[in-house]
Design a protein around this ligand. Structure first.
Ligand SMILES: [Zn+2]
Length: 462
């Protein structure tokens, strides 16, 4: 009890210090300056205070404060005659990182890239197709040509634009078939097809183009036409999502049924997720795109560097004992929080085992007190939407166990400055689920489900 009160007091004092200090580095340096006149007990206390400030610095991704704190820890350790080699290693790593970061900054300024107009909506009305864009379109951005022959007549329009959704079947008067699709990266193609010649007229009006089809020279069979409008899903292109395929390289993750490896399953799912998110118009970055080892802390560090809006870590679960290989199954979505249940502790211990280099000497409980409540709440909401999105999509074709939304102290989520979740896509130790995790069709359903969850999260939390 006394310990808890002491911890709370420390935290309160620290908050007070932060609230009043000009910067985190300042409060760390203040602490360090106290060491010179301190006795042993006082030095021990300062040592622990600096440790806590170091955690805060990691949370804030404040490199200068981290360096200041590590220097303080080295100084205290020398006075207290305790080991400090690992602090020195950490310091040289940080200094190297800072040096590299400076180098990168200079490279960043690239010229502004051209972005093609995006289709906002497509409408079919009587004898017209109307396509609306998010910005003005120029007549020279539309190319027209005919492709006729073998009793088939086609009017084709290539428009410099992007289509982020698939419109359902369109129909207008006097045209038998209409197809609209993304043709190249920056152009969409509209095809009108008939068995008789087509007489179409194109007009460009600022941010929309209208394709009108005149009555043909001779009567075609009357084709039913009705008004239908398809709107692009409301997504913001400015949103950035970091996808983090778990493990990689020497860290295989869980090894499951038929020695299938977690690192391989999650990479494929992650790449598919990225493809869907790009289709929806988001900017996507991966912490790894190949079988490469990446430290846990570098994953969130990368997300912070990219100023991402979301961090999504993809994993596969494993049952702890052979006797549970058949019974353990299901999909779970986790968000970062102190561990409550034994299950959460077990799963996080498994995912954390690969790399806890920089923080293994800290008390996790103290650390978790520094988590930002708002971020936990946002991560919880994100986890709910993703779990829902996955179940809805996967259950179209498969029966799966809903493992629910859970909280656990995942190291990979620590330090992310944006809402962050970890998806356990299934149990690689369960024969059925392991087989599914390597089935491209199942992987697509899963990836699209996660993507849909992300879309609904962004829609609710603009
Ligand atoms: Zn994992």
């Amino acid at each position: 009890m006394e310990k808890i009160v002491k911890n709370l007091l420390t935290i309160l004092i620290l908050f007070f210090v932060w609230a009043n200090a000009a910067s985190l580095s300042d409060s760390i340096n203040q602490n360090i300056s106290l060491v010179n006149s301190a006795n042993r007990d006082k030095t021990v206390k300062i040592f622990h205070d600096i440790k806590n400030l170091y955690i805060k610095a990691i949370m804030d991704d404040d490199k200068n404060a981290q360096i200041a704190a590590i220097r303080g820890l080295i100084k205290c350790s020398k006075i207290l005659h305790i080991k400090y080699k690992h602090y020195e290693n950490e310091l040289s790593l940080l200094l190297k990182e800072r040096h590299q970061k400076h180098k990168v900054v200079r490279k960043v300024s690239t010229p502004k890239k051209y972005t093609a107009p995006r289709v906002k909506a497509i409408a079919a009305y009587k004898d017209k197709i109307i396509i609306a864009f998010d910005k003005s379109i120029d007549k020279k951005d539309v190319a027209f040509f005919e492709l006729n022959g073998k009793g088939r007549y086609r009017d084709i329009f290539d428009i410099r634009a992007k289509l982020f959704f698939k419109p359902k079947k369109l129909s207008i008067r006097n045209i038998q078939e209409i197809r609209i699709s993304q043709f190249t990266k920056n152009s969409i193609r509209v095809v009108l097809q008939n068995k008789t010649p087509i007489n179409s007229i194109l007009s460009v009006e600022r941010d929309r183009i209208i394709i009108k089809v005149d009555a043909p020279h001779y009567k075609t069979k009357k084709i039913k036409s009705y008004t239908k409008t398809y709107f692009a899903p409301k997504v913001s292109t400015s949103k950035i999502v970091i996808i983090d395929p778990g493990h990689g390289g020497k860290d295989t993750g869980a090894i499951g049924y038929k020695r299938l490896r977690e690192k391989n399953a999650v990479l494929k799912i992650a790449l598919k997720l990225g493809r869907y998110l790009k289709q929806y118009g988001y900017k996507v970055y991966y912490t790894r795109k190949s079988d490469k080892f990446i430290k846990l802390r570098d994953r969130t560090h990368y997300a912070n560097l990219k100023k991402a809006d979301l961090f999504i870590s993809i994993h596969a679960n494993a049952a702890p004992r052979r006797s549970q290989y058949l019974s353990s199954k299901g999909i779970e979505t986790y968000y970062l929080s102190p561990a409550r249940s034994a299950r959460a502790k077990r799963v996080s211990a498994k995912e954390n085992s690969a790399d806890i280099s920089s923080m293994d000497y800290f008390s996790k409980q103290v650390f978790l007190n520094f988590l930002n409540r708002e971020k936990i709440l946002a991560s919880n909401k994100l986890a709910i939407d993703i779990q829902r999105g996955i179940l809805k999509n996967v259950r179209k074709r498969y029966s799966v166990v809903d493992g629910g939304v859970r909280k656990a102290p995942f190291w990979v989520l620590v330090g992310a400055q944006m809402p962050a979740v970890l998806v356990e896509t299934g149990y690689i130790t369960n024969p059925t689920e392991a087989t599914r995790l390597f089935n491209p069709y199942y992987e697509n359903l899963l990836a699209k489900g996660i993507a849909n969850g992300i879309v609904s999260y962004f829609e609710k939390n603009r």
